[in-house]
Design a protein around this ligand. Structure first.
Ligand code: PEP
Length: 251
């Protein structure tokens, strides 16, 4: 039985003070989520990680939004995995479409990062998804299939058992144009089939999230799909009230 997971991606939002205020306000909700067998988390900016980790309930997952695959070196502006670990961070989003679009994050680079995270016993949340042009050209499965196969290349079943995959159609991120639950289920099921081909039985344990304009009003519909184990949420995770509603609406 896969536990449901809701992860808020705050992107480049919130000052440290605002992130801390959110964390302090989320304690009761984190307890409720735990009691209800839901894993709950947020991914603040690097600068706010420490404040959120310290202020939040210990059950709240605090994830980074990116990392470098090398432990140190001459990489200006980057943050390494040991630096995250020093703060007690053990989750990290990899390959978000905004990083693929603006920062040239390739499947190969994602693969290096995922391997480095797993070697460090951290949980990667690997994002995949097609652009609008690819969706309209009927290339979703081709694109997502390549992202999954190349991003998870050379890993073993043992290594991927804690990994999370997030299917986020790029055309639905921050646009209010969410994919239907039929599309979400179809592609999340397709991802699980590839994971089965690559890693066998462990594919049944790997959590697959849907992301893209998930709101309190539609979250339950997505999470009712058999292959959708949770949601990666941007906009609706920024305000404590809508974040709370995301949780209470799936109970
Ligand atoms: C995201 O940033 O991963 C995302 C899904 O954003 P939004 O929920 O705002 O579409």
């Amino acid at each position: 039985m896969r536990r449901k997971l809701l992860l808020g991606n705050w992107k480049m939002n919130k000052l440290i003070s605002e992130a801390k205020e959110f964390a302090l306000a989320s304690h009761e909700l984190a307890d409720l989520a735990t009691k209800s067998n839901i894993d709950l988390g947020v991914a603040p900016t690097f600068l706010s990680l420490q404040a959120v980790k310290e202020a939040a309930n210990k059950n709240m997952i605090v994830a980074a939004q990116n990392c470098h695959y090398l432990p140190n070196g001459a990489y200006t502006g980057e943050v390494s995995i040991p630096m995250l670990k020093e703060l007690g961070i053990s989750w990290c989003i990899i390959g978000h479409s905004e990083r693929r679009t603006y920062d040239n994050e390739t499947n190969e680079k994602c693969n290096l990062k995922i391997k480095a995270l797993i070697e460090n016993e951290m949980v990667p949340v690997y994002c995949v998804g097609e652009t609008l042009a690819q969706f309209e050209a009927g290339e979703t499965k081709k694109v997502v299939g390549e992202q999954v196969r190349n991003g998870l290349k050379d890993l073993t079943a043992e290594q991927v058992k804690n990994l999370v995959v997030a299917y986020e159609p790029v055309w639905s991120i921050g646009t209010g144009k969410n994919a239907s639950s039929e599309i979400a289920e179809n592609i999340c099921g397709f991802i699980r089939d590839i994971l089965k081909e690559m890693f066998g039985k462990v594919s049944e344990e790997i959590r697959i999230l849907y992301g893209g304009s998930v709101k309190p009003v539609n979250v339950k519909e997505y999470l009712s799909c058999p292959n959708v184990d949770g949601a990666l949420v941007g906009g609706a995770s920024l305000k404590i009230d809508s974040y709370k509603e995301l949780v209470t609406n799936i109970l």
